[in-house]
Every structure is written in structure tokens, then in C-alpha cells.
Design a protein around this ligand. Structure first.
Ligand code: HEC
Ligand code: HEC
Length: 206
């Protein structure tokens, strides 16, 4: 009788040990892998859901998963190399493996996106460029690639609801070639500062 109790106890302990080892890295689910990384790193700048408070950190909530994974790999491979990318994201991305990167993309894509804070005369000017471009200057309509609500698709990013300071900085970065992308270079090449301001008032949310 006593021996049976010991056997039962040993079996119970064994099962407990087995189930706690399921939480070890390697067997972790994608969601818990992402949550752990967000808690230990990303949230310091981007916030827990990706809705960052400071406008110098881009919002990631509701961003396209494929875009997030492509950017994290570009930081890791040192292909996205403007000053702030180097200063903030190179070190962070160096420590991420492909599995964690994929999990982080899913995590942020599933968070509720921030809506644009649109309105006013300048926003109306921005809406026109967003919908129709500016053919006289060779500027293509943003919606062609970013979708009619600026929601993005695949590796084309959501641009609606971003911080205006980050939006303006990124547009300037493409214009000067600090951040390299053929499509965005063509779009920004002949763009005036006023047009960037107008687009920002249509799309962004401070
Ligand atoms: C110390 C602050 C800091 C931490 C920690 C940090 N980031 Fe960033 N992140 C930034 C800054 C600043 C940028 C903008 C870089 C630029 O302007 O090119 C950025 C950009 C990004 C971008 C590109 C967004 C876009 O719209 O193009 C992604 C994706 C990203 N971070 C994901 C993460 C993830 C995932 C983590 C955690 C593993 C993380 N970041 C941790 C500061 C940080
Ligand atoms: C031909 C397709 C195309 C058109 C047209 C286009 N874009 Fe883009 N855009 C892209 C792609 C692709 C990227 C991702 C580039 C990269 O990886 O750096 C991008 C990136 C961006 C980003 C960076 C987002 C971030 O989170 O860092 C902004 C901002 C942006 N586009 C704004 C615009 C605006 C505003 C317009 C219209 C004036 C526009 N785009 C027109 C394809 C396009």
C-alpha cells in the first residue's frame, strides 16, 4: 500500500516536471515567445501593444506582419541603415532568430491599429495626393500600393495612424536616400515639404 503511494507520488512529480518543461525555450508557442520578447525589450520603446507613446518610435500595432519581419531582417542584416536604425534597432535585431521574428510580426499585426486623426484644409490637400498622386511631378498615388485606407498589404506597410514626426522623418529619409527603396525614392524625389505636411495631416495621428 505504502509503495503504491510512493509510485503515485513519483508519477505525479514526473508529470509536473514534464509540463513545466513545456514552457522552456524551443517548445514555446509563437505567442508566448513574442510576449516574452516584447516584455523584456520592445515595449521599452514601442509600448506593450506597439502603440508607442513617444513620436520618435514608430507605431507597430496593426502593422503588416510581412513588413515587420522584412524590416527586422533588414536591421539584422544591416541593410536598413539610417542613423536611427543603426543606433536603436541594429543591436536589438542582432539577437533575434527567424522564429522569434516571425512571432513578433504576428503579435504586432494582431494588435488594434491606431486610426488617423484627419481633418482640416491641409488634410484635404493630402487626401488628394494620397488618392490621385501628383501626375505633373511624377508622384504616384499612395493608395495604389498602400491600399485605400493606408492599411498596407504584405511587405507594403500600413501608413495610416502613424506618428506624424516619424512619418515626416521617414519621407525625408527616402527623399535623401538615407533609407533606400526604389518605389519610395520615386515617390518622394519631387515632393515638396508642404506635400509631406499635407499627407501627414491626412494620414497621421500625433
Ligand atoms: C531602444 C529603443 C527601441 C527598442 C528597445 C526597440 N526598438 Fe524598434 N525601433 C526603434 C526606433 C527608434 C525605430 C525607428 C528607426 C528608424 O527611424 O529607422 C524602430 C523601428 C522598428 C521597426 C520598423 C518600423 C517601421 O515602421 O518601419 C520595427 C519593425 C521595430 N522597430 C520592431 C522592434 C521590435 C520587434 C523590438 C523588440 C525585439 C524593438 N523594435 C525594440 C527603437 C526601439
Ligand atoms: C509603387 C508602390 C508605392 C507607392 C506608389 C507608394 N509607396 Fe510608400 N512604400 C512602398 C513600399 C514597398 C514601402 C516599404 C519600403 C521599405 O521597405 O523601406 C513603402 C514605405 C513607405 C513608408 C514607410 C513606413 C514606415 O513605417 O516606415 C511611408 C511613410 C510611405 N511608404 C508613404 C507613402 C506615401 C505617403 C505615398 C504616396 C505619396 C507612398 N508611400 C506611395 C511602396 C509604395
Amino acid at each position: 500500500m505504502r509503495n503504491l503511494h510512493i509510485v503515485a507520488l513519483a508519477a505525479a512529480l514526473f508529470l509536473t516536471a514534464m509540463s513545466s518543461s513545456a514552457a522552456e525555450p524551443g517548445t514555446q508557442s509563437a505567442a508566448s515567445l513574442a510576449e516574452a520578447k516584447v516584455a523584456s525589450s520592445c515595449q521599452k520603446c514601442h509600448g506593450t501593444t506597439g502603440d508607442s507613446v513617444s513620436p520618435i518610435y514608430p507605431r507597430l500595432n496593426g502593422q503588416q506582419a510581412d513588413y515587420i519581419t522584412a524590416q527586422l531582417k533588414a536591421f539584422r542584416g544591416r541593410r536598413r541603415g539610417d542613423t536611427r536604425a543603426q543606433g536603436y534597432m541594429w543591436r536589438v535585431a542582432r539577437e533575434l532568430d527567424d522564429k522569434t521574428i516571425a512571432a513578433l510580426g504576428q503579435y504586432y499585426a494582431s494588435q488594434k491599429p491606431t486610426q488617423p486623426q484627419t481633418g482640416g484644409a491641409l488634410a484635404a490637400e493630402g487626401e488628394k495626393i494620397f488618392m490621385n498622386g501628383d501626375p505633373a511631378k511624377g508622384i504616384a498615388a499612395c493608395q495604389q500600393c498602400h491600399g485605400k485606407d493606408g492599411e498596407g498589404s504584405g511587405s507594403v506597410p500600413r501608413i495610416a495612424g502613424q506618428h506624424s514626426a516619424y512619418f515626416r522623418m521617414v519621407m525625408g529619409g527616402y527623399q535623401l536616400g538615407l533609407r533606400q527603396n526604389e518605389s519610395m525614392r520615386a515617390v518622394t524625389k519631387n515632393m515638396t515639404n508642404r506635400q509631406i505636411e499635407a499627407l501627414s495631416s491626412y494620414l497621421s495621428n500625433d
